[in-house]
Each structure stands twice: as structure tokens, then as C-alpha cells.
Write a protein that binds this ligand. Structure first.
Ligand code: DQA
Length: 138
């Protein structure tokens, strides 16, 4: 069974409450429960942190043994050389996801330190972006 982890960055613990016009009304926990139920063929796990170094620690911890990483680095996408370097350093393929279409938003969200090192990028489909990323491992 393929081992896949979803890693969420800062403020994504507030999904459902946070700017629902952009990020939707569903909490990630509810969405994740449904996703796990639908895709029983994966060994799926989930990690969230608001702390950049914790995200890097997790990427290093899973990045030589898991089959795939689905990463929404949230605001760190646009700022973190450290997370970009961590993705370069590990072996597990990383799919970058975003809930919103970052290219349709402010200019500072057009820059990504994740994209050049990701296997692929999926954005703008709401929480379904995560599901599409997971399907890429089928
Ligand atoms: C986000 C987009 C980022 O620009 C923002 O900082 C987030 C969420 C998204 O999923 O749409 O926190 O990664």
C-alpha cells in the first residue's frame, strides 16, 4: 500500500473559519475524514504546523521512506527558501497544492519556492485540489 502524507502549513488549521469566501466552509479535519474513507487503498496520514522548521523536520522525516507528499505550504510557499531546499534534499516526490488560484490573487502569491522542486502543482480547485493530487498517485 502506498504511503502518502498530506502536510499543511500555517493557518490551514483554521480552514472552515478562515476567510470562507476564499477557502470554503469545511474544516480540514472533516474533509480529511471523508478522503481517508474514500481512498482506503492508500496509507494516508496528515500533519499540520504553523512553524516553518516543523514543516522542514516533517519533510526530512518522511522524505526517504514515503511514496508521496502532498504539500500545501500556505504562506511559506511564497517566502521559504528552507522548505524549497528541503524538497530538493529528499527523495519522495512532492505535489504542491493550493486551495485558491494563487495566480488570480495578489502578485506576492505568484512566487513559489515549492514549484521548481515539485513533481506537479494543483491549485484553485478548493479542497478538491488535495483529492486530485492524491489521485495522481493511483
Ligand atoms: C494557500 C494560498 C497561500 O497564498 C496562502 O498564504 C494560504 C493558502 C491556498 O491553499 O490557497 O495560506 O496556500
Amino acid at each position: 500500500m502506498k504511503k502518502i502524507i498530506i502536510i499543511n502549513g500555517p493557518n490551514l488549521n483554521l480552514l472552515g473559519k478562515r476567510e470562507p469566501g476564499i477557502y470554503g466552509a469545511q474544516s480540514f479535519e472533516d474533509f480529511y475524514k471523508d478522503l481517508k474513507h474514500t481512498y482506503k487503498g492508500f496509507e494516508l496520514s496528515y500533519f499540520q504546523s504553523n512553524i516553518e522548521g516543523e514543516l522542514i523536520d516533517k519533510l526530512q522525516a518522511v522524505g526517504f521512506s514515503y511514496d508521496g507528499i502532498i504539500l500545501n505550504a500556505a504562506a511559506y510557499t511564497h517566502t521559504s527558501v528552507g522548505i524549497g531546499d528541503a524538497i530538493k534534499a529528499i527523495e519522495t516526490p512532492v505535489i504542491e497544492v493550493h486551495i485558491s488560484n494563487t495566480f488570480a490573487r495578489e502578485e506576492f502569491r505568484h512566487q513559489s519556492y515549492i514549484s521548481p522542486n515539485a513533481k506537479g502543482v494543483i491549485l484553485g480547485f478548493g479542497l478538491q485540489s488535495y483529492e486530485l493530487a492524491l489521485q495522481s498517485f493511483l
